[in-house]
Write a protein that binds this ligand. Structure first.
Ligand code: DC
Length: 227
């Protein structure tokens, strides 16, 4: 069989799934989708409307009644629009991250967003990153990656990013937050973060972004040659 496939990328918070995934998608000329942004967008809208991020019924209603769309912009990652409003940087706030963790625990909300994610990937030509992409959203994806790095390496990278942006960074605090987020993501009842058995495992602890991206491109070429 030929044609464009779906590539799944999963892994813990702060491992670089988005930044490496975006470069990788650019290299292979695929579209890049961060599924976490969909969970974040819903949490963002809920907070704006004063809805609790653990009120499952209200959140499901909010998700179903919203207009979800992606519009192409420059680069492999389209911009997410919720009810015609573009959402991007505002989704990275720490407050939104915390609320998103609660939203992502709710089964009916997950089922709704997973359905949307499957629609987005239906035609192939997509690199999608998240926590359950290879295990739940696209269990039959011909290529799956599980990106990993030690919590210490992820915390150091985050500190460097913040410093580069001229912001204050507290390594110990960030490390604690990363460990807590790992625990939350991997211990929740529905579709927890888990390594798919058939995923290519990449431990990026001592790899550069370019090296990880190259390893992914090589794996992609090998899969495509075999099809
Ligand atoms: O990758 P991220 O930090 O943007 O994810 C935000 C939250 O959403 C995080 O708590 C994990 C959750 N999430 C999820 O449960 N399933 C996904 N496919 C993507 C993200």
């Amino acid at each position: 069989m030929s044609g464009k496939i779906v590539v799944a990328i999963d892994g813990p918070a702060g491992v670089g799934k988005s930044s490496v995934g975006r470069s990788f998608a650019g290299e292979i000329n695929y579209m890049f989708i961060s599924s976490g942004k969909m969970y974040r967008a819903l949490a963002f809208k809920a907070l704006e409307k004063g809805i609790s991020p653990s009120d499952e019924q209200a959140l499901l209603k909010l998700a179903v009644s919203s207009d979800w769309s992606f519009k192409p912009v420059q680069g492999p990652e389209p911009l997410l629009y919720l009810d015609g409003r573009p959402l991007d940087r505002e989704l990275s706030d720490e407050e939104i991250g915390k609320a998103t963790s609660s939203v992502a625990r709710l089964l009916s909300v997950r089922e709704f967003l997973v359905k949307k994610q499957r629609e987005i990937g239906a035609a192939g030509g997509i690199v999608m990153e998240g926590r359950d992409i290879g295990t739940n959203v696209f269990p039959d994806a011909p290529l799956k990656f599980y990106l990993d790095a030690s919590p210490q390496a992820r915390a150091s990278r985050r500190v460097a990013q913040l410093k580069q942006a001229g912001l204050e960074a507290d390594y110990e605090g960030i490390l604690k937050m990363i460990i807590a987020r790992d625990e939350q993501d991997s211990k929740r009842a529905h579709n927890p973060l888990k390594r798919a058995e058939d995923a290519v495992y990449i431990d990026s602890t001592s790899m550069s972004k370019e090296q990880v991206c190259q390893a992914m491109v090589n794996a992609f070429r090998a899969v495509m040659e075999g099809r």
